[in-house]
Design a protein around this ligand. Structure first.
Ligand code: SF4
Length: 337
């Protein structure tokens, strides 16, 4: 059965920090935290929809630092969610939440375990202490390591989230962060290229001319490398880029945001794989054999791969071949491109 997340946003509540990039009001789209009754109503309304669509959902408390919100409120939310997991096990697979690495300890994990939380995602953002400090994260890379090991020791799934292009960041630091995620045995990862929002410290630094996030092109290249790395290390990347939201689009002043970022990065990975084979073969005209569902990725977002290769005088024709498959052969001499 296919699994999905039923996300319930718990905005800024309980967070004493002001990270350089964060403006929770715009990311979560609302400043008001839902009451436990409202959560119950959402969960009740989704039972039939999930049954009909053949999907099973994890109830996901995202948006802020869930383990740092008011204890009674948090427990009431967890209780409401746990009731639905017990009553509708075919529709609800478990509970997940996101939080800061320094808001995890044994007491919290005992509580999460008690209510049946199955996954915790940590907003690590970077494993470089200079980057963490420059962006006022208020925790260190060592906090991420400690929290990650503790979560794993409770048998809870570990998700690690990273950002690219923060103040003082470098692509090499992002690749180091991914390597650390793998050594911490992350079960899932999320990659968020930095989006600069109005009213944040990053926006001020941008206005002062002392900060610019990575360019769109550099971000696509970097994310392609990160995705490949996580794929090689069997770590599913469950999100790349912020979800589409009017709040983000209205409040964005810089950084990288594109509704089709995931597709663009996948196309870039395909281009990298194609180049490898093309370079090995040599020549200028090729036939690409690939599965029907990969054709769009081979051609690239808005034909980008085709255009980029054409600029180098390389052309290709696509032939369908079923399976997880990409093979490139030199085109026969007489083949018209
Ligand atoms: S810890 Fe999370 S919620 Fe708090 S300011 Fe930082 S990013 Fe925002």
């Amino acid at each position: 059965m296919k699994q999905t997340n039923l996300s319930i946003f718990i905005p800024h509540k309980g967070c004493p920090n002001t990270c350089s990039f964060c403006n929770q009001r715009f990311i979560s789209g609302s400043e008001r935290a839902p009451t436990p009754e409202e959560v119950r109503a959402v969960l009740a309304s989704q039972v039939n929809i999930l049954s009909q669509s053949g999907l099973k959902a994890e109830i996901a408390f995202f948006g802020g630092s869930f383990t740092a919100v008011d204890k009674d409120y948090r427990r009431a939310l967890l209780y409401a969610a746990s009731e639905y997991v017990k009553e509708f096990p075919e529709q609800y697979a478990g509970i997940r939440c996101s939080t800061r690495p320094d808001c995890i300890d044994e007491n919290i994990l005992d509580e999460l375990k008690l209510y049946g939380v199955t996954a915790v995602e940590l907003g690590a953002q970077s494993m470089n202490d200079e980057v963490l400090k420059a962006n006022l994260r208020g925790h260190t890379a060592e906090d991420v390591r400690k929290a990650s090991r503790l979560i794993k020791s409770y048998g809870i799934e570990l998700g690690l989230q990273m950002m690219t292009g923060l103040y003082q960041d470098k692509p090499s630091y992002c690749l180091d962060t991914a390597r650390e995620f793998a050594s911490l045995k992350a079960d899932t990862a999320r990659i968020y290229p930095t989006v600069i929002l109005k009213g944040t410290m990053l926006d001020e630094l941008r206005e002062q001319g002392v900060y610019e996030s990575f360019s769109f092109e550099d971000t696509v290249d970097l994310c392609a490398k990160l995705l490949l790395f996580f794929e090689e290390n069997n770590i599913p990347v469950i999100r790349l880029g912020l979800h589409a939201s009017e709040g983000v689009e209205e409040q964005m002043t810089g950084g990288v945001y594109h509704q089709a970022l995931g597709d663009i990065v996948k196309s870039r990975i395909m281009l990298m794989k194609m180049r490898e084979q093309i370079n090995r073969l040599g020549g200028r005209r090729f036939v690409v054999y690939t599965d029907k569902r990969n054709i769009g990725t081979v051609i690239g977002h808005c034909g980008e791969n085709r255009d980029l290769l054409a600029e180098e005088g390389i052309t290709f024709k696509i032939k369908e071949k079923s399976g997880e498959y990409l093979e490139i052969k030199a085109a026969p001499q007489k083949l018209k491109q």
